[in-house]
Design a protein around this ligand. Sequence first.
Ligand SMILES: NC(=O)c1ccc[n+]([C@@H]2O[C@H](COP(=O)([O-])OP(=O)(O)OC[C@H]3O[C@@H](n4cnc5c(N)ncnc54)[C@H](OP(=O)(O)O)[C@@H]3O)[C@@H](O)[C@H]2O)c1
Length: 268
Amino acid sequence: MSVGADYTTLVTGAAGGIGRAICHAMIDASLVANRSPAIVAVGSRADAKLAVLQEELETRGAKVFALAADLTSVKAVRSLMERALECTGGLDCVVSNAGRSSAARLAQMSAEQWDDCFALNARATWLLAKEAYESLARRKGNIVAVASMSGLYPHPGYGAYSPAKAALIMLCRQLAQEWAPSGIRVNAVSPGMIHTPLTDVVYQDADVRAKREAMVPLSRIGRPEDIARAVVFLAGPDASYITGENLRVDGGLCDGLLSMIPGRTASR
Ligand SMILES: NC(=O)c1ccc[n+]([C@@H]2O[C@H](COP(=O)([O-])OP(=O)(O)OC[C@H]3O[C@@H](n4cnc5c(N)ncnc54)[C@H](OP(=O)(O)O)[C@@H]3O)[C@@H](O)[C@H]2O)c1
């Protein structure tokens, strides 16, 4: 049964810091374009956080379906997408945002930890995309994955996270090539340092926060809304000729390496 919404987006990790901001930004964009938004808000489980988000988004006039699935499970992703397509009638956009970094050094980490990290941060996006393919092709829809600056640079101490996010960025490029003839665009956004529930413990320490801010050319830690706006741009009509791209949203951090070398003429 279709909800009759004008524009339907599925967002994973919807109740997390960046996910919640993406849900709101997608609703903003739909309302500005005079389209009625529907959001499939996906959490790892049907908890209070997801219920609060659903209520919050419904208050804004969106049709909301709150669904739960462990995205590390192939079976769970398949049944999630079956339910999502059944209740919405089809998807215009899939935002694969759920992800997790876990501290582990490669010399010590187990094969299970490696597989779990890849299952969530890389494979889940492929499985979601695969299940949504027909619907996206019919609607000339698109996919945006939330990767990381850790997919562009090694992140010592986070064993499989950088390799998994790097795989995710390449997966988006690969999907973009394979699915362009079907009219489906696929892009990624790579956040830098963003203050969310995932990283809150770090930013509780004022000294660490100040040191991190000093590393960022734009002199601040990113907000979830910074990432959400980039996702909306890539999902929207202004990006209709962009596919296979990875947009860094990091305040200039990743390109700042050479200005940190002592003894050189510093640009800042
Ligand atoms: N924050 C940063 O500085 C930063 C930097 C670079 C990249 N990123 C990426 O940005 C994305 C969002 O992160 P965030 O900072 O917003 O973190 P967050 O607040 O912890 O949100 C992550 C979300 O992922 C979901 N999730 C985790 N494991 C899952 C599983 N097995 N199945 C289904 N869902 C699962 C969680 O759902 P539940 O809450 O329902 O468990 C959570 O809502 C992630 O992909 C992360 O890697 C973040």
